[in-house]
Design a protein around this ligand. Structure first.
Ligand code: GUN
Length: 282
């Protein structure tokens, strides 16, 4: 069997078109959805990511501004800026790019963002809302993975979903989203004794570790759906995921490629969250 590809670029394109449509409807009612992106310091990867976020936003009709501050910015100044944006009714979403300079307390910074504008879904209030199944913003990467599963008509009820990785921004929220859809969920991590024994039982596998070849063909049940959140470089410097793509695609039913899988979906879901932040207050 050769797995079918879940095309993240195509799905993200469709989602951006829907966002553009809903944004136009809001604008017709006099509301301009707006995202403020804050970048502190000059990390090259963060520079690229934040410019993409602003470009994606403006291309879909959302207003987006990128505020850049030097790595020497004080935490007090950053918190003051966030509080000003919290109080600004013309701003619907606030995103502080991570990582922050080492002298800053990331947790404190995120908790200063108003939950109503937390389009990253990183605030404890957002995490709590997801935990108890109340409305709130879902972190963009696992939210995008759920959209990919939905796009292929994957019925999660009663299925065994295995999440590899337990980060606060992917693994844990991913597990909760799958649980909300009535999957039986197992979270595996670095201390899991026999990863393959567990993944071989899975109907759906989400790999979110940040390490190459965490999942190989012998660890996958024939026909399983495999979502690869990883973003790594191989020995040739080429972008690759956590999954041994060439091997696993021979066994899986569906698989996401890297690049062109989860990455574009993460970017698209930020637009969805920003639009929803604007829709909720209007
Ligand atoms: N750094 C890497 N990914 C992200 C993200 O999704 N949001 C923020 N705020 N920072 C990041």
């Amino acid at each position: 069997m050769t797995a079918q590809l879940i095309d993240g670029n195509a799905l993200a394109h469709k989602i951006r078109a829907e966002v553009a449509h809903r944004t136009a409807a809001l604008k017709a009612r006099g509301v301009q959805p707006a995202l403020s992106v804050i970048l502190v310091g000059d990390d090259p990867a963060s520079d690229v990511y934040t410019r993409h976020k602003v470009k994606d936003s403006t291309e879909t009709g959302l207003a987006a501004t990128l505020e850049r501050y030097p790595a020497t910015m004080t935490q007090a100044d950053l918190l003051a800026r966030i509080r000003t944006l919290n109080a600004d009714a013309a701003v619907h979403g606030i995103l502080v790019q991570l990582p922050l300079p080492r002298h800053m307390d990331t947790h404190k910074v995120i908790e200063t963002i108003s939950p109503a504008k937390d389009v990253d879904g990183f605030h404890i209030a957002s995490a709590g809302a997801l935990l108890v199944g109340q409305p709130g913003f879902w972190p963009c990467t696992p939210f995008g993975c759920m959209k990919m599963l939905e796009s292929i008509g994957c019925e999660l009820r009663g299925k065994h979903a295995v999440v590899i990785g337990r980060s606060n921004i992917v693994g844990k929220p991913m597990a909760l989203m799958l649980l909300q859809k009535n999957a039986t969920v197992t979270i595996c991590h670095s201390a899991t004794a026999d990863l393959g024994a567990i993944t071989r039982q899975a109907d759906v596998i989400v790999a979110a570790v940040g390490k190459r070849n965490v999942l190989t063909a012998d660890m996958v049940k024939p026909g399983a759906v495999v979502i690869d959140v990883g973003m790594n470089r191989n020995d040739q410097g080429k972008l690759c995921g956590d999954v041994d793509f060439e091997g696993v695609r021979q066994v899986a039913g569906w698989i996401t490629p890297v690049p062109g899988g989860v990455g574009p979906m993460t970017r698209a879901m930020l637009l969805v969250n920003t639009l929803e932040a604007a829709e909720r207050v209007t």
